[in-house]
Design a protein around this ligand. Sequence first.
Ligand code: CA
Length: 648
Amino acid sequence: MMHVQYSTNEFEQKYTYDGEDLGAVYTPERTVFRVWAPLADSVTVNLYTSGNAGEDDLIDRLVMKPDVNGTWTAEKADDLNGVYYTYLVSRNGETQEACDPYARTTGVNGERAMVIDLALTNPKGWDKDCDPHGEERITDAVIYELHIRDISSDRSAGIRNVGKFLGLVETGTVTPSGIPTGLDHMKELGITHVHLLPVADYGSVDEKRLEEAQFNWGYDPVNYNVPEGSYSTDPYHGEVRVREMKQMVKTLHDNGISVVLDVVYNHVYDADEFCFNKIVPGYFSRIDAEGNYSAGSGCENDNATERSMVRKYIVDSVAYWADEYHIDGFRFDLVGLIDIETVRAVMEKVSRKHPNVIFYGEGWTMGTGLTKEGVLLATQNNSAELPGFAFFSDTMRDGLRGHVFYYSQRGYISGGKGLANVIEQCFLGKAPDWCKTPSQSVNYASCHDNYTLMDRITLAAPEASWEEWVRMNNLAAVIYMTAEGIPFLQAGEEMLRRKLDADGNIVENSFKSPDFINGLKWDCLNEKTYQDVYAYYRGLIAFRKAHRQLRLTTPEEVERYVTPVEGLPKDVVAMRIAGDEGDKKTDGIFAIFNPNRTAVEINLPEGVWSVCINAERAGTDPIEMITGEKVKVEPISATVLVKLRKKG
Ligand code: CA
C-alpha cells in the first residue's frame, strides 16, 4: 500500500522539502503559492471571492508547475489580500479539492484558505509586544487552564463578548453584585500564564450556527495554523479571527499575563477529510497492518509525526504561533504519541528566536502504530531524553486526590493511607517512576479532564462535611503551590468549581457539555466560603512568588535547600526549606501537611517563626508569631511558617 512507502529512506530523501515558503506567500505586488504534493499528476489553485465552500464564485484558476522535492508552485501578480483559495489535486484521474495545510486563515468552517496581509491584522504596539514573563524560568510560572467560552458564558460574568477571544480582553467586568470577573479576576489571582484549551480551528462546532448553543473543548483539529472561527465575532471573514486573537494576546500581555496554547498535534478531526491527507493520501496518519488508522489516542487516528514532512509541518506550525501570535508556551496534547525527534525539532526551532517559550505536555504511554523502526516517543518515561520539556505529574495528582480511574479511591487529602512518601517525593519535584527534576514536573490537582477537584473530593470522601471538603481542597492547593515544580490549576478551582448537570449529578467528561455545566459560576463569590477559598489561592500564589526557594530548577538545588522532616506523626509530611541568601529578612520555610482528622503538634527548629499559611488563611503577611518549640497543625490542613532572620 502507498502509505508504507512514505516512511522509507528513498521516499524521504527524494521528497523532503525544507524551504520556508509553503502556503501562500503574500506581498502587495504578488502572491506565490507552494504546496507539497509529491504523487500528484497535476495541481491547480482555485481563487474565490468568498470563503464559503460550494459557493459558485471562482475568480481564477492557476495551473501549478512541479518544483523541487515534490512541491508545486504558482504565482499571481496582483494584490490578493482577502482572496480565498483551495488546491485541486489530481492523481490517477481522481481530483480532490483541499484547503491549504499552511493556510494562515480561512473562511467559515475552515474549508477555503484565504490569502492574508498579516501586517494589517497587528494591533497597535504589536512590534513592542513581548512575553511579560520572558525573563523568568518555567518554575516561576503559575499556569491557569481556561476554555475561551468558560470565562464569559455564565451570565454572572458580565462580559459582553460571550464565548469570544474578545471576552478575555474586557476589563472592569463584574458580577451583578460588583465582584470582578474575567481578565480582572485572573490579574487579581496572580497567575503568570493563561493556558488556553485549543484555539486552532477545530471541527466539532459549526461556525454557521453560532446562534445555537454549542460547546466543545476543541481537541479535533481541522486547520492547524488558523484561529477557531467560533471564537471570533465573524467567522466568514478570515482576517477577523486573526485580528481578534492577536488583540487578545496583546491585552493579556499588557496585563502581565503570558499565553500558552494547548496544541493537538497527535490526531486530526477526520483523517480522510484532513486537507494534508486529501493532497497526499494517507501521509499524515499512522495506518496499521490491516490498513486501518492507528488510534492510540482513542480519537480515531494518530498523526504520523515520525514522517519527515509531518515533522516539518508540526515544527513550522508551532514556530508560526510563536512568531506571528507571540505565544509564550505550548502544552502538547497526548505528546506521548509524538516522537521525541519531532518535539526536539520544535523546541530547537522555536527557542532560536524565543528562548524563554515554555513547553509541557501529557506524556502518557499509549499504543500507536509507528511507521518506522526505532522511534522513541515523548512519554514521561523518556523525560530524561527531553530536557526542557515538562510533563503533567499524574503522580502528584493521583497522590493528592486518588486514582484517576477509581473515583471513590481516597487520596492523601481525602484520607488515603500510605501516601506520605509519594507526596514527599512530588514535593521535591520528583516522581519515582519518571521525573528527576522540578523543571519537568507540572504539579496539579485538577485540569479540564476528569472530575474537578471539588467533585473528586466529594466522591472520595462522601461522609465528610462541607467544611472538611473545603479543607481537603485547600490542603491540595497548598501542597502543589508550595512544591518544587510548575504549579498548574484548572480555571475555577480557586472558587471550588464543580460540573453538575440539571439534576445535580456530577459530570466527569464535559467535552461537549453545555455552558451551564462548563461555564465559570462567578456569582458563587457572593458567598463567604467561596470568597475565602479564592482569597486562600491568591495568598498561596503570592507566597510562592515571594520565595525563590520554592521555585528551584534542578535536583541539585532541591537537595541543597529542601529537607524532608523525619519522626513525624503518621501520614504527616513536613519540609524544612533553607533560606534564600538573597533574602535579608527571612531565613527559611517550614511546611507541614496534616491530612488527619485530628490536630497534630510538630516540633519546630529554634528561632522566631511567623505563620503565613494555616487552615483558614494564606499569604505573605504573618498571621501569628511562634517562639516556642511546637506548632499545632489543625485537622486536614497545612501550616507553613517563615523564619525571621536575626537582626544584626
Ligand atoms: Ca472551526
